[in-house]
Design a protein around this ligand. Structure first.
Ligand code: PRP
Ligand code: URA
Length: 213
């Protein structure tokens, strides 16, 4: 892990980087892309939750009573920005099956690059829960910024943002809008092109996951 300016962490584990290279390759199949995103989500989930607080709870093993560590506090919330966020969400839920889930339906208008919201459903109490927002792509950051504004309006006060790829332009905008939300990513790419796509990137994450265009 390498931390940039105390706010952005690049998850540079070799397995994450290797799998990401295969995902970027335009020859990778839809099935392969989806499977790799889920596998990377396992590795990223491990990193993004590594500082969670533990408490000792009383249990009985078949041999003896003991105090054993368990994650402290309220259940985590994973918030997926649809559609592509669901690729990361599935892998996160493999590791934390009891997490609560928020779905935030948003797509980018191709002309304005502004997010259009079409769905929002979140657990009723968001205060004092760790909320990990997931979306593979942070391009202009318009979608992530708007999604996190919605969560904050609903009381969220402890948020992390997890993506696969980020553009420098998106990181700048995001950290200005939400300086209290740490960002975790596998790569900060070179730039955004004139259509708002990350370069070199991996293309349209939703289309590559679901075989749409
Ligand atoms: C993609 C991606 C992000 C957004 C990033 O979603 O999954 O949500 O674009 O771009 P931004 O940082 O410029 O807002 P898209 O709008 O293509 O919707 P989809 O997941 O339904 O394909
Ligand atoms: N959304 C994507 O899926 N890919 C990009 O490069 C930018 C936004």
């Amino acid at each position: 892990m390498s931390e940039i300016a105390g706010h952005v962490t690049v998850l540079d584990h070799p397995l994450i980087q290797h799998k990401l290279t295969i995902m970027r390759n335009k020859e990778t199949s839809i099935a392969g892309f989806r499977r790799l995103l889920r596998e990377i989500a396992h590795l990223m989930c491990y990193e993004v939750t590594r500082d969670l607080e533990l408490e000792l709870i009383d249990i009985d093993t078949p041999m003896a009573p003991m105090k054993s560590p368990a994650i402290k506090g309220k259940k985590l919330v994973f918030a997926s920005i649809l559609r592509a966020g669901n690729g990361l969400l599935d892998g996160m839920l493999d590791l934390v099956p009891a997490a609560r889930v928020a779905h935030i339906g948003m797509y980018r208008d191709h002309e304005t690059l502004e997010p259009v919201e079409y769905y929002f459903k979140a657990p009723s109490s968001l205060e004092d829960r760790l909320i990990i927002v997931v979306d593979p792509m942070l391009a202009t950051a318009n979608s992530a910024t708007a999604a996190i504004e919605k969560l904050k309006e609903r009381g969220a006060n402890n948020i992390r943002f997890l993506c696969l790829l980020a553009a420098p332009e998106g990181i700048k905008r995001f950290t200005e809008a939400h300086p209290d939300v740490p960002v975790y990513t596998a790569s900060i790419d070179d730039h955004l092109n004139e259509k708002g796509y990350i370069v070199p990137g991996l293309g349209d994450a939703g289309d590559r996951m679901y075989g749409t265009r």
